[in-house]
Design a protein around this ligand. Structure first.
Ligand code: SF4
Length: 881
């Protein structure tokens, strides 16, 4: 408490992307939190993006899992955990340790991850423990290990401030790591940093770049091979640094054999890029999912690393290859060894000395000597009966794994599935035999590591609801019940952290990079007060820069350049499936939306799932703006809203990953994605599947608003629906192929309001119906039906439920009430129409003018490209409009 009686602010870290922004949290006394950026955190220096700023809106207890459940019925912890321990033990005794598996998440804290890894690898004796980080950055891990001998991220965020050129490969940083993007733009404004984006799709990140190389999907290796050849031809190789590197000759041979034409780029564009790279001494290459999520992702990573190693642009300020992680603790998972092919603390499963050291440290009865099943194979094993027991923690593979329908069936088919989560309302939780209620962000203590190796504390500031417990506590309890009481006798996350730090000292003694043994003596108070710290933190070394001295982690101390050749994506478009399907994130949602969908502000940006399609392809298919598209692949199908845009190339589609069975069942896009994995990293290719597309022949479209939750899935004949939160309740988009005969009955079923007073307007000849339901003189809900996509003012209508209005059926605001339009700036809640009006009346010419007039774009800045598009729209508007 402060002297004035208000609770003091508590330092913590954001639970979303790998930027790892620091937060200041203050409980509001009513179960909520005030959230602001921590000005002292080195990752964000007080900045937050729209998602971080809205964290306080996502803490609702609605849908929280409050008690353990067995077969859908609430029970106590003893019964649930006895059952989990017994079923896992039984499977191991009857079928061996490889008959069980854990599937974890980059959302877990390092302490949780550490206990899970110790339980599976050290005591159960299997390496069948993998994580959704396999879908995120496994190719980077594999590429780092091939080049450096260990999984070391050499870059730091300070390098972004000093670089002369930043190359972004397969990364929409403006939307996916907005605070990092703003940091780059600030450096650009101050120092003129050049910015190049390499991406098949035009994204918000391209707007402020000097160059956008819109290459063909999967051709990154050809581009970086051409760069390596050009660097050689231009005499830009660093002979001195190359004394620390093996493999130059073979890498160059592969580079000169490459055909850059497969990139689809003009030779002049490639030459300009190579020339810029060569002329700039300080180059940082940031890469992300566009590189990793590929059937040749590891080769793509090594193609990038080759160029940095050959020119010595690594290990120096302002230089280096830099993988940015998608999740808040993907790095922590790598550190504790939470992937099927890792041991712990960057030690190797296949290395007998490493294994023996860890086994001795843990006092473990059994250790696997080979990699376990990686994510794709883990779920295949669940489906074909090889896995008898599976524990899924804080992730939703029934939505996110490629071939998601098959994965869903595999989870269902597994003899015994346990799910730990904060809610029972996920596609995966609905398939569990045992559900375990876990503490959520802001209710639990631990550490996370961000993309630049900075370890930060997440701190508990709210009590967990019901019987929810932290994951480390649940996992350790199961370990004890399985018979390993001493090894899992943990009382606090601080104790686990100290053990992990001490174990890392062994890695340090083996000469490995990950060593935080300097923190192994932290007291509980020291752990509580731990400030952000970048590893290594050994007894002799704190922070610092890797590879400046040219010392790498292969046995000979040298790095490796790899001869890499461009491989096309696993599947090629053909007559049956002519489109290339790319998937990714949008600005204001996080993964499967369990948290962000609770925020009306975040849901206001893009309120329904969509497929971006090029105008030429839309014309060929007869698709008009706001039509629905049906997509098919060999593995599944989807229905989504069409967005016609030249941001994607002809023949390409882009679809976001976030929607689920809870929010838009026809838009679970991973059900279309093939489980084609990189042979080295095991990471699936989520950016380049194949699909067919056609206009969805809807006979009716619907738009609904309501104070209360709706049940669009129960409305007969609804083939498409998407649900989103609003400030007053909910909104939904609907459509169906079969005619909707009785709109009034549909409205009553959708809203479950049998006694509400009905106000209705219909034109049955035109197929139009508008239905409003009132209770106690206030609008409870409204439904608009038409044979074409519904043309009403959605943001205006979304504000009406709960008000005393009778004019809802016009679908338009009164003339004297301006409609803000779709949300653009989530930080300051500014809609598109408000911005357009301000541009018009205030004669605004730039995003800076708009910011000065409305604040829009002055928060996290990730809406600036949309503001620029609105400015351009006004500039291009015909005089007569
Ligand atoms: S950039 Fe946004 S989502 Fe990422 S850590 Fe920072 S506040 Fe969170």
């Amino acid at each position: 408490m402060t002297a004035g009686g208000t609770p003091a602010e508590v330092r913590s870290a954001c639970p979303y992307c790998g930027t790892g922004c620091g937060l200041l949290l203050r409980p509001d006394g009513q179960g909520g939190l005030e959230v602001r950026g921590d000005p002292d955190h080195p990752a964000n220096r007080g900045r937050l993006c729209s998602k971080g700023l809205a964290l306080g809106e996502t803490l609702g207890q609605e849908g929280r899992l409050l008690a353990p459940q067995v077969n859908g019925r609430d029970t106590g912890w003893d019964r649930a955990l006895d059952l989990v321990a017994a079923r896992f033990r039984q499977a191991v005794e009857q079928h061996g340790p490889d008959s069980v598996g854990f599937y974890l998440s980059g959302q877990m804290l390092s302490e949780d991850y550490y206990v899970a890894n110790k339980l599976m690898k050290g005591f159960i004796g299997s390496a069948n423990i993998d994580t959704n980080s396999r879908l995120c950055m496994a190719s980077t891990v594999a590429g780092h290990k091939r080049a450096f001998g260990t999984d070391t991220v050499p870059g730091t965020y300070e390098d972004l401030d000093e670089a002369g050129l930043i190359v972004l490969v397969g990364s929409n940083l403006a939307w996916c790591h907005p605070v990092l993007h703003q940091r780059i733009l600030a450096a650009r404004a101050a120092r003129g940093t050049k910015l190049v984006v390499i991406d098949p799709r035009r994204t918000a990140t391209c707007d402020q770049a000097d160059m956008h190389l819109k290459l063909q999907a999967g051709s990154d290796v050809a581009l970086f091979n051409r760069l390596l050849a050009a660097l050689y031809e231009g005499g830009a190789l660093d002979a001195d640094y190359l004394r620390h590197v093996e493999g130059l000759g073979a890498a160059l041979e592969a580079a000169f054999a490459a055909d850059a034409a497969v990139t689809g780029l003009e030779a002049t564009e490639i030459a300009e890029f190579c020339d810029l790279w060569m002329r700039t001494g300080k180059v940082v290459t940031i890469f992300s999912q566009g590189v990793n999520q590929s059937s040749s992702g590891t080769d793509k990573v090594n193609a990038i690393l080759n160029c940095h190693l050959a020119t010595g642009r690594i290990g120096k300020p302002g230089c280096g290859p830099f993988s940015v992680t998608g999740q808040p603790n993907a790095m922590g998972g790598r550190e504790v060894g939470g992937l099927a092919n890792m041991l712990a603390c960057h030690m190797d499963l296949e290395n007998a000395r490493h294994r023996a050291a860890v086994q001795d440290f843990w006092g473990a009865p059994a250790m696997p000597d080979r990699a376990g099943l990686k994510a794709v194979d883990l779920f295949r094993a669940a489906g074909d009966g090889r896995l008898k027991a599976l524990w899924i923690i804080h992730t939703n593979p029934a939505v996110t794994m490629p071939e998601a329908d098959a994965v869903s069936a595999a989870i269902k088919a597994c003899d015994f599935t346990v799910v730990s989560d904060i809610t029972a309302a996920t596609d995966t939780a609905r398939l569990a035999d045992v559900l375990l209620p876990a503490a959520a962000w802001a209710e639990k203590d631990g550490t996370v590591t961000n993309s630049d190796r900075t370890i930060s504390r997440q701190r508990a500031v709210l009590p967990p609801p019901g019987q929810a417990r932290p994951d480390w506590d649940i996992l350790a309890d199961v370990g004890r019940r399985m018979g390993w009481a001493a090894a899992f006798d943990y009382q606090s996350p601080a104790q686990i952290f100290r053990e992990h730090a001490a174990l890392s000292g062994l890695a340090g003694r083996f000469g490995l990079d990950f060593d935080i043994s300097g923190l192994s003596g932290l007291s509980d108070a020291g752990y509580d007060g731990l400030a952000p710290v970048r590893w290594p933190v050994s007894r002799s070394r704190r922070g610092g820069r890797f590879f400046a001295d040219g010392r790498f982690y292969h046995p000979d101390g040298k790095a490796r350049m790899l001869p890499v050749r461009c491989q096309p994506p696993a599947a090629a478009p053909d007559r049956k499936f002519p489109f290339r399907l790319n998937t990714g994130r949008i600005r204001d949602q996080w993964h499967t939306m369990t948290r962000t969908a609770q925020s009306p502000r975040l849901s206001g940006h893009l309120g329904e799932p969509f497929a971006d399609i090029h105008p030429d392809d839309a014309a060929d298919l007869g698709v008009q703006p706001a039509d629905l598209l049906r997509l098919r692949s060999p593995h599944g199908q989807a229905i989504l809203r069409a967005r016609i845009t030249a941001d994607v190339q002809p023949g390409d589609l882009f679809v976001p990953i976030h929607w689920t069975g809870e929010t838009a069942p026809s838009a679970r896009i991973a059900s279309l994605v093939a489980a084609a994995a990189d042979p080295v990293s095991g990471q699936p290719e989520s950016k380049a599947s194949v699909a067919a597309a056609e206009r969805f022949q809807a006979s009716w479209y619907g738009f609904a608003v309501s104070c209360r939750p709706m049940a669009p899935g129960t409305t007969p004949g609804t083939d498409y629906w998407a649900l989103a939160r609003t400030q007053t309740g909910y909104r939904a988009e609907l459509a169906g192929a079969a005619p909707l005969r009785d709109p009034e009955a549909a409205a009553r079923q959708l809203f479950a309001l049998p006694d509400a007073a009905i106000q209705m307007m219909t034109d049955s000849r035109k197929g139009i119906a508008r239905v409003a339901l009132h209770q106690s003189g206030r609008l409870a809900a409204a439904l608009f039906i038409a044979p074409q996509p519904i043309a009403v003012r959605r943001s205006y209508l979304a504000g009406l439920p709960g008000t005393c209005t009778s004019g809802v059926l016009t679908g338009q605001p009164p003339e004297d009430l301006p409609d803000a339009g779709p949300l653009v700036c989530a930080c300051f809640n500014v809609g598109a129409n408000t911005i357009l009006r301000a541009i018009e009346t205030g004669r605004l010419l730039s995003a800076a003018d708009v910011g000065a007039a409305l604040q829009a774009g002055t928060g996290c800045g990730s809406c600036r490209s949309e503001i620029a598009a609105l400015l351009a729209r006004r500039r291009c508007r015909p005089a007569a409009e």
